[in-house]
Design a protein around this ligand. Structure first.
Ligand code: COA
Length: 395
């Protein structure tokens, strides 16, 4: 029994504490629904697997934002508006130059968080509560975040900035801005673009996870959208949340030989260490997004001749299932990490790529929170010193 539970059991008047808000329902939402019992995740009522099969990321972004799938003309208009907002101004490019020239310890998530704050500082109307302004900001962040990430990737590789395209789709444009003509990278053909697009759809939204909740908390104070997104980026950076996809690939590279996977995993479990890419706060019988991402990962691995990652994937999945009493299963980060590696992304950019997808979920929640707002302010049970007088000074 935990200390908190022990204390509660002793004092019958003590409030019930749900540490980590475990199992607490804090509000209603129409954006998405997770049903752990049936392993299902729906965005505005549509199963995510079907969205990944039949829709583009842009259609899913429109759906999350507006509550309905777009008709063709609406999609064309929405995409045209998004494409027109992709460029960065000189000041932001200079700022990213400055941050990326700082010591290498600066994580790309710090660059992204700073860039979003800067965009907020540039917007004289950031505090406007008008829903049109919030929606425009949401679209602008969706459009500019990929450009910021691509610029950062290229700067760190010593390569020049590639301007966003006004013609290419969302996923294709990002791969283009990162890899250019593809000479230095394996990624770029239609199959790669589609696999990447699917991963963005799967990462786009996931109800009241930590970063979304952070965004809603900030929004509930009537602060601005940029501040809410900066907070969400900070929350997503943590290895227990978005950072897990990076950790998965680091582990795979450390293991190096698929034959070592079982031993490596058992050693982690014996040391009571968390194995990244496994487990979930809500899903206890498997993550609904995994089968779609796993299929895309397997296809990428076969196509690019990198099946050693699939061998490792299978060995680790089996070892975790067989050697944990609750049969811990993989979450989305487990197949997404190696898939992004195969596509040619540097590991430290896996979580920024997650941001580029999740921005559409976060902003849908910000819009929803704004529409029916109440300050989010929980209580705590005080367990510190009893009230006492400040002693007279002895010096
Ligand atoms: N590796 C090893 N053990 C794990 C584990 C993992 N990835 N995930 C859960 N467990 C263990 C817990 O330590 C706990 O063991 P205990 O009962 O001996 O204390 C047991 O399984 C039950 O944990 P649970 O209550 O289901 O986890 P949680 O809801 O508190 O935590 C996570 C959920 C996501 C934070 C946790 O699974 C984790 O840290 N996973 C790794 C990080 C990750 O992949 N995050 C991405 C999430 S999409």
């Amino acid at each position: 029994m935990s200390k908190t539970a022990e204390n509660n059991a002793q004092d019958t008047n003590a409030p019930e504490i749900r540490k980590g808000l475990y199992g607490v329902v804090v509000d209603e939402t129409k954006v998405s629904k997770v049903v752990p019992e049936t392993n299902s995740l729906t965005y505005r009522g549509y199963p995510v697997q079907e969205l990944a099969r039949y829709c583009s990321f842009e259609e899913v972004a429109y759906l999350l934002r507006n509550g309905r799938l777009p008709k063709q003309e609406s999609l064309v208009r929405f995409s045209a508006r998004e494409k027109a907002l992709r460029h960065l101004d000189r000041h932001l490019i200079d700022l990213i130059d400055l941050i990326t020239s700082m010591p290498k310890s600066c994580h790309p998530m710090d660059v992204l968080r700073t860039a979003v704050s800067f965009l907020g500082a540039q917007d004289a109307e950031a505090y406007t509560r008008d829903s049109e302004h919030v929606r425009r900001t949401a679209l602008e962040l969706m459009a500019k975040i990929p450009t910021i990430i691509a610029l950062d990737i290229r700067r760190r590789r010593g390569e020049g900035y590639i301007e966003p395209s006004r013609k290419k789709g969302f996923a294709e444009n990002f791969l283009w801005m990162v890899f250019g003509d593809g000479e230095t990278s394996p990624a770029m053909d239609r199959a790669d673009i589609e696999a990447f697009d699917k991963s963005l759809i799967l990462y786009a939204e996931h109800s009241f996870n930590a970063s979304t909740f952070a965004a809603r908390v900030v929004t509930s104070t009537m602060s601005d959208t940029y501040s809410a997104i900066a907070a969400a980026i900070g929350a997503l950076k943590g290895p227990l949340h978005g950072g897990a996809n990076e950790a998965v690939m680091k582990n795979f590279l450390e293991i190096a030989d698929p034959q070592r996977t079982e031993e490596w995993t058992k050693e982690r479990l014996a040391n009571k260490e968390k194995v990244m890419g496994f487990g979930h706060r809500v899903y206890k019988n498997g993550d609904s997004r995994v089968p779609t991402m796993e299929a895309a990962f397997r296809e990428l691995a076969a196509k690019h001749g990198q099946t050693q990652w699939v061998e490792m994937y299978e060995a680790m999945e089996k070892t975790m299932y067989d050697n944990t009493s609750i049969h811990i299963r993989p979450n989305l980060d487990f197949p997404a990490g190696p898939a992004y590696h195969i596509l040619g992304f540097d590991i430290e950019f896996f979580t920024p790529i997650f941001v580029m997808a999740r921005i559409v979920g976060w902003t849908a929640h910000i819009i929803e929170q704004n529409e029916n707002n109440l300050l989010i302010r929980p209580l705590s049970a005080y367990v510190g010193e009893e009230q006492r007088p400040v002693p007279p000074k002895s010096f």
